[in-house]
Write a protein that binds this ligand. Structure first.
Ligand SMILES: N[C@@H](CCC(=O)N[C@@H](CS)C(=O)NCC(=O)O)C(=O)O
Length: 261
């Protein structure tokens, strides 16, 4: 099987962590999202969304990171990452679906801050327009333009903060009696959301989790070998440092918005 992914892409990281937790070998092709590899016609033929990850397993082409995780667990792991029991399974599936909203929020906070800085520093206005014009989804293209134009003043940032506030409250409640999101055992829901909250920490925005149990849960996740190998072992230290420094400049203004979100 072959994974098309991006090294720092949050959706790719969760699939790499899933593959590592299950212990699967795979071929990989790393896409450079800044350069626009995701818009190459050969790749768009595989994944018309023009995003990563994509998993190719024989004849089967899978997109959507949470669905890929579920597929891998079902096909190659006897479903061991899916908790047993009606309530726990419903909780796990709830979080698998919720990753779509969480991804949208983390994308907004990343592209209104660190990725905005990087894009504006490295590309001309024409280059930015050209790369936005390649995005297959016109709504996502509008969003990207708005985040780059308006930074933290974008309506998508207000929406992101509302989404995250609800998400942290919900996750805090899930973690009240158990160490993992869907029960006593580590599972697919934990893998599905970890990279999004790790990104918040990398941006220096982990204050948003303050006072909730999400912070301790993240530490538990980060202590796992799968995380160490697939995140710490693969993300370039200099790029991580740039992201942290860039995010730090935005944190005071973001914290003010968080107070009133
Ligand atoms: N819901 C999709 C989202 C995929 C997605 O948006 N991936 C990002 C990276 S995390 C991407 O490829 N973005 C391409 C771009 O920014 O042009 C999933 O979970 O797989």
């Amino acid at each position: 099987m072959k994974l098309y992914h991006g090294i720092t892409s949050v959706c790719s990281i969760k699939v790499r962590i899933g593959l590592a937790e299950i212990g699967l070998n795979y071929d990989e092709q790393v896409l450079d999202l800044q350069k626009g590899d995701q818009f190459h016609p050969d790749y768009l033929a595989l994944n018309p969304n023009g995003d990563v990850p994509t998993l190719v397993d024989g004849e089967l082409v899978l997109v959507e990171s949470s669905l890929i995780l579920e597929y891998l667990d079902r096909e190659y792991n006897d479903g061991k990452l899916m908790p047993r029991g009606r309530a726990a399974e419903a909780t796990a599936r709830h979080w698998l679906l919720k990753t779509l909203a969480i991804h949208d929020a983390i994308n907004s906070l990343t592209f209104s801050t660190a990725n905005r800085d990087r894009t504006l520093a490295n590309k001309t206005a024409e280059e930015i327009e050209a790369s936005i014009a390649k995005m297959p989804d016109p709504i996502k293209a509008l969003k990207r333009r708005d985040l780059l134009d308006n930074g933290l003043d974008s309506v998508h940032v207000s929406q992101a903060l509302k989404t995250l506030r609800r998400c942290f409250a919900e996750m805090d409640a899930e973690l009240q009696n158990t160490p993992w999101i869907s029960g006593a055992d580590f599972g697919i829901a934990d893998i599905a959301v970890v990279s999004y909250f790790d990104r918040l920490e990398r941006l220096g925005f982990d204050g948003l989790m303050g006072g909730t149990r999400v912070h301790d849960w993240l530490k538990r996740m980060q202590a796992r070998d799968s995380f160490k190998n697939e995140v710490l072992g693969r993300i370039d230290a200099a790029a991580a440092d740039t992201m942290r420094r860039s995010g730090a400049q935005y944190w005071p203004a973001l914290r003010d918005r968080w107070r009133t979100a």
